[in-house]
Design a protein around this ligand. Structure first.
Ligand code: QAP
Ligand code: CO
Length: 169
């Protein structure tokens, strides 16, 4: 049982590209357990291993109101199923306190491994599709602020750097 510290923008470790999980074993299952605890504690609806400084392709998600629909995606990839896009306000546990609109495909097909190491596929739409794409971006070293204007991104960066300095003193 462990809460993992969450890296915050502009920490350069958030730019690390995660590696594929080679084998879904007890070590991976322990990481997933800690990630869920960390995500539910925050609270958040999605967490990528990158955000807790673990650079393997692992994501935890739960977009349900009751927080009783945990979803684990190991080695996730997605295909866009529809040209249609959706503009949604996104936030991120690694960019606390900031929420901005991001446009993404709204209908995707996801392929991943489950906790037993079996390959699974499903279709996702709307908030779930957006959340999965946001989390897969993390595994590739990308953040939602990368989709914003330079000005907005640099304002967020300055404000978080200031907050981090205050926290350190
Ligand atoms: C990603 O984000 C997401 O700023 C998951 O102070 C979010 O769980 C995808 C959070 C929205 C699609 C739409 C953010 C918690 C949680 C904060 C989260 C904060 C506390 C963010
Ligand atoms: Co995020």
């Amino acid at each position: 049982m462990a809460l993992l510290p969450i890296l915050e923008f502009p920490d350069s470790r958030l730019r690390t590209i995660a590696k594929d999980v080679i084998e879904v074993n007890d070590d991976i299952r322990a990481i997933v357990k800690d990630m869920f605890e960390t995500m539910y504690d925050a609270p958040g609806i999605g967490l990528a291993a990158t955000q807790v400084n673990i650079h393997q392709r692992i994501i935890t998600i739960d977009i349900s109101d009751e927080k009783d629909e945990p979803l684990v995606l190991i080695n996730p990839t997605f295909e866009i199923l529809d040209v249609e896009t959706d503009k949604m306000q996104e936030g991120c546990l690694s960019v606390p306190g900031f929420y901005e609109d991001v446009t993404r495909p709204k209908h995707i097909k996801v392929t991943h491994l489950n906790l037993e190491g079996n390959t699974c596929q499903f279709e996702a739409q709307d908030l779930l599709a957006v959340c999965i794409q946001h989390e897969i971006d993390h595994l590739e070293g990308k953040l939602f602020v990368d989709y914003l204007s330079k000005l907005k991104r640099s304002r967020i960066k300055s404000k978080l750097e200031k907050a981090h300095k205050l926290q350190a003193s």
